[in-house]
Design a protein around this ligand. Structure first.
Ligand code: NAP
Length: 248
């Protein structure tokens, strides 16, 4: 499905990003994975296989983003697929406790990183008339998360960023889509599933009766990355076990 494609997946040293890298490799792609810790990235690359290239990159730093894109282009010639997956939720707090420093950090990491990477990578895609960009949003970008003002705000903005880029870039052969995962069993969300009672409550609220797994997001990302979804652009695919259906 992704034979001969070159992809960058941000935040791929664990969780959803790692699963996306694994599935892309399974489908034949060469995948650059990024994160902030060299040893972890190298270990993950070793575990997934020889078509994975680890590059240390803090997505909040523009010079590191530029260096990663330069290195990838130098080594592999082009970038066909970009997955903006890295994100943080350092600012979980009552809305009136949120300060400007938290605001700037969340915008920089969760939102501006996707803007910066798209700005660097999309022109090459446009030139070749082909590319797929996937932004990992959240169901918290569709409904406000309690005490998650900045997380929800950045994830909602990512959805509109997706639609705006799709509108202008799709006529030039570049599709841009988002995925809105529900609760997925990763380090980022452990507050919601590590405690047995909270975990059971979350599963009770979902029509699909298991906790979401990173691979279940990765399979959807692979479809969006491939030509099999050639008529899909500007969409936000909710992958949440039906969680948003069950609010009444
Ligand atoms: N888990 C969920 O329930 C859930 C639900 C909805 C949406 N999502 C979204 O899915 C995406 C992945 O989340 P996850 O649950 O897989 O998180 P995770 O397990 O915490 O993994 C996050 C990844 O991003 C990297 N990362 C963090 N900050 C970074 C930075 N500044 N620069 C570069 N890399 C960075 C981490 O590596 P280092 O720490 O080594 O840098 C790690 O590889 C995020 O966009 C998240 O918002 C998750």
């Amino acid at each position: 499905m992704l034979k001969n494609k070159v992809a960058i997946v941000t935040g791929a040293s664990r969780g959803i990003g790692r699963a996306i890298a694994e599935v892309f490799v399974r489908e034949g792609a060469t995948v650059v994975i990024c994160g902030r810790k060299k040893e972890t990235l190298e270990q993950v690359a070793h575990e997934i296989g020889p078509t994975v290239r680890p590059i240390v990159c803090h997505v909040g730093r523009s010079e590191q983003i530029q260096a990663m894109v330069d290195e990838t282009t130098r080594e592999f010639g082009r970038i066909d697929i970009l997955v903006n997956n890295a994100a943080t939720n350092v600012a979980q707090a009552p809305c009136l406790d949120v300060d400007e420093g938290m605001f700037d950090k969340m915008v920089e990491i969760n939102l501006k990183s996707a803007f910066r990477l798209t700005k660097l990578i999309a022109p090459g895609m446009v030139e070749r008339g082909s590319g797929s960009i996937i932004n990992i949003s959240s169901i918290s970008g569709l409904r406000p998360q309690f005490e998650g003002l900045l997380y929800s705000m950045t994830k909602a903005a990512l959805i509109m960023m997706t639609q705006s880029y799709a509108l202008e870039l799709s006529p030039k052969g570049v599709r841009v889509n988002a995925i809105a995962p529900g609760l997925i069993e990763t380090a980022l969300s452990e507050f919601y599933w590590k405690d047995e009672e909270r975990r059971a409550e979350r599963i009770r609220q979902q029509p699909v009766k298991h906790l979401g797994q990173p691979i279940e997001i990765a399979e959807v990302a692979a479809l969006l990355a491939s030509d099999r979804s050639s008529f899909v652009t500007g969409q936000t695919i909710t992958v949440d076990g039906g969680r948003l259906l069950s609010s009444i």
